[in-house]
Design a protein around this ligand. Structure first.
Ligand code: PMP
Length: 383
């Protein structure tokens, strides 16, 4: 049999993308499937984005740009960082990437060496752990507390990097200014660096977004902040993201990105320019809020599931540990018997929980999918 390298032999496709692919294949076979496994928005990309890309297509040439992104785009994104995030960044602090995932891989690559310890809070986006494994890092999972304070931080092990997701997938937690101040103090004391994934910054229902890097010494502390148009602007397939990082790390990331993908496709850069100029997205948020409340209300009458309304984001996080801790099994029955896809908590480090991406469909389909989950949950609760 053909061998793969030792380096990649233990790696597996992300549980999230694998489930989504399974849905795609079932649909290709003519099956009708309701897909809550990841968050794919039913919203189109902003009109300004589509118009900018249509116009760019009329240009005769779409040349390579600089690896880290076209200079004008990097300058514009630095402006966004200063105005919206309070991060004192210039173009030299910005690298444009194929979504948050490439920014994450490249950040971890230039910040660590194999064997270094990286702290990730649980539940976690699967890509943090998968990326850490690809890079041979020692990933330490720590349960994310309701409130992050100095006492909690003091108990954390020594580490090279702390990864934070603010706002948080899947719980919707929005870190407060005072929590972020405590984290910055802890980074100063420990000489630990941080990666903050702010991909959901525009999807906040309750609370205010603050960036950890909105402090004078962010560059000295070594804080990388990651942004993506995927969720904030409903542009999952466009692969438009960027990172803000100390200039030395941006240079190192360019050296890594050059031979792999070179620059992000020119059309995606045009799209990124238009997207990150949009700012807030009140219409999208109002639509998501109605759906969030609809699902939370449907589950509120079910004693076997605990599902609070999240303060942000496109996911609902339900505790069904009262009926089972085998949520992989629960998800399997759900897709096999009811043709509804969800993400089992195991994929995010938490058996006994399920994650529902609730923004994909019309409301009738959403209700139908939730009703299927309720049917299975009730059946298990009564058996
Ligand atoms: N970060 C987190 C925590 C996410 O859940 C997602 C979307 N699944 C992203 C980033 C977006 O990643 P990308 O920009 O690569 O689409």
């Amino acid at each position: 049999m053909m061998q793969v390298s030792k380096r990649i032999a233990a790696a597996r496709p992300l549980a999230t993308t694998a489930m989504h692919e399974r849905v795609d294949i079932l649909r290709l076979q003519g099956e009708s499937v309701i897909d809550f496994s990841i968050a794919i928005s039913h919203f189109p990309a902003p009109a300004s984005v589509r118009a900018a890309v249509a116009e760019a297509l009329q240009q005769p040439l779409l040349p390579y740009t600089a690896v880290g992104g076209a200079p004008a785009l990097r300058q514009q994104l630095a402006g966004k960082l200063r105005e919206e995030n309070g991060i004192s960044a210039g173009a030299q602090h910005v690298i444009v990437t194929n979504g948050a995932k490439q920014a994450l891989y490249q950040s971890l690559y230039v910040m660590t060496d194999p064997g270094d310890t990286v702290i990730v809070f649980r539940p976690h986006w699967p890509a943090y752990v998968a990326t850490g494994q690809l890079l041979g890092l020692n990933i330490v999972l720590v349960d994310q507390p309701e409130v992050v304070d100095a006492a909690f931080l003091d108990r954390l092990p020594r580490a090279k990097v702390l990864i934070i997701n603010n706002p948080h997938n899947p719980t919707g937690k929005v870190y407060t200014k005072s929590e972020l101040d405590s984290i910055a103090d802890w980074l100063r004391a420990r000489r630990c660096h941080a990666i903050v994934d702010e991909s959901y910054e525009k999807l906040i229902f309750e609370g205010v977004h603050h960036s950890l890097a909105a402090c004078k010494d962010w560059e000295e502390l070594g804080i990388v902040t990651i942004f993506s148009a995927s969720q904030s602007y409903a542009m999952m397939g466009w692969r438009a993201g960027f990172a803000s990082a100390p200039a030395v790390w941006v240079k190192a990331m360019e050296a890594l990105q050059g031979p792999i993908t070179a620059a992000v496709p020119a059309l995606s850069q045009v799209a990124a320019e238009a997207a990150f100029a949009v700012g807030d997205v009140p219409e999208l948020l109002a639509d998501y809020r109605v759906r969030r409340d609809l699902v939370v209300d449907m589950f509120a009458t079910q004693p076997w599931i605990k599902m609070p309304a999240p303060a942000s984001g496109p996911y609902l996080w339900g505790d069904i540990s009262g009926i089972t801790r085998d949520t992989v099994g629960f998800a399997e029955t759900l897709i096999e018997e009811f043709r509804v896809a969800i993400m089992p908590g195991e994929a995010l480090g938490c058996p006994g929980f399920i994650r529902i991406g609730y923004i994909a469909d019309d409301e009738t389909t959403l209700r139908k999918g939730v009703q299927a989950i309720i049917s299975l949950g009730k059946r298990m609760a009564e058996s």
